[in-house]
Design a protein around this ligand. Structure first.
Ligand SMILES: C[S@@+](CC[C@H](N)C(=O)[O-])C[C@H]1O[C@@H](n2cnc3c(N)ncnc32)[C@H](O)[C@@H]1O
Length: 274
């Protein structure tokens, strides 16, 4: 019996961010969200997940692209004191925010554009979180991040996605602090759908996602929704350093509810075999 597939949901057309870097006011509002218990929990989860995926050797190098105020880079460096973490961003204001706080010896920050990582590459793990939708030339950015991955290394790009279910997205926006709600809604509007991310990979490496495994010199290339698992929760709750650990009941509540579904997050993961 033939199976009838439902037509794809009519997601609104993408509205790119007006400028790649945010304004100083938006940086301040964003940094306030990242510093909130939920923001810290999410970044600690991303750090734990990316490090688990990468299986970094001691002495390994981590490059955090478009890292904002340094929260994710800090979580990565704290979780793995035996590796070197370099956080980069285009915005001098964001780099100044990152440098303003004390940092462990394995963590550095430097200005760099996502389109030119030559001065800061290669790295065994290249991470980019919540920033891909800012890029006006996403295929160029993706190509450059892939180029920055050392042989055998991992690329982990996590971003918002525009093809979230409208009701779930509304529920998420209701959870976000009023000060950052507009910023988040605009970021989701600028984000790509999963299918658009697939097309971007094709544009970046000149081949469809399946074939991209060979074309980009990758052992593995995955694109999909983020689904936080019990393993992620255990990794977060079991080993987060005290200064990064938000109140446990808060994290548990969020992880058990909204964030297990991660309704608005997509991930691109690639493992280089060059
Ligand atoms: C929404 S913030 C995300 C920051 C951080 N990754 C996080 O997870 O909190 C987006 C960041 O992307 C940076 N950005 C935008 N365009 C960039 C580019 N072309 N190269 C490097 N950074 C860029 C902005 O300056 C900003 O810090």
């Amino acid at each position: 019996m033939p199976v009838t597939l439902a037509p794809p949901a009519p997601f609104a057309a993408r509205v790119p961010e007006p400028d790649e870097p945010m304004t100083p006011e938006e940086n301040a509002a964003y940094a306030a969200w990242v510093g909130s218990p939920l923001g810290r929990a999410i970044h600690a989860l991303i750090a734990a997940r990316a490090l688990r995926r990468a299986a970094l050797p001691p002495g390994g190098r981590v490059l955090c692209v478009a890292e904002g105020d340094g929260t994710l880079a800090r979580a990565l460096a704290a979780r793995r004191p035996d590796v070197r973490v370099l956080g980069t961003d285009l915005s001098p204001d964001m780099i100044a925010r990152a440098l303003a706080r004390p940092r462990p010896p394995n963590l550095e920050f430097r200005p760099a554009s996502a389109y030119d990582l030559s001065a800061v590459a290669p790295a065994d793990l290249v991470v980019c979180a919540f920033s891909f939708h800012h890029l006006h030339r996403p295929a160029d950015g993706l190509r450059e991040m892939l180029r920055a991955v050392a042989p055998g290394g991992t690329l982990y790009v996590l971003d918002l996605r525009r093809d979230a279910d409208a009701a779930q997205l509304a529920g998420h926006l209701a959870e976000v602090a009023p000060a950052t709600r507009g910023l988040t809604a605009r970021s989701v509007a600028a984000a790509h759908t999963i299918e658009e991310l697939r097309a971007l990979v094709g544009a970046a490496v000149g081949a469809a996602v399946g074939a991209a495994v060979g074309a980009a010199g990758c052992a593995r290339f995955d694109i999909g929704r983020v689904r936080w698992s019990a393993d992620d929760e255990a990794a977060l709750l079991g080993a987060a350093p005290a200064d990064l650990l938000p109140p446990l009941e808060h994290v548990r509540g969020r992880i058990d509810g909204l964030w297990v579904e991660a309704v608005i997050e997509a991930v691109i993961e690639a493992v280089s075999k060059r």
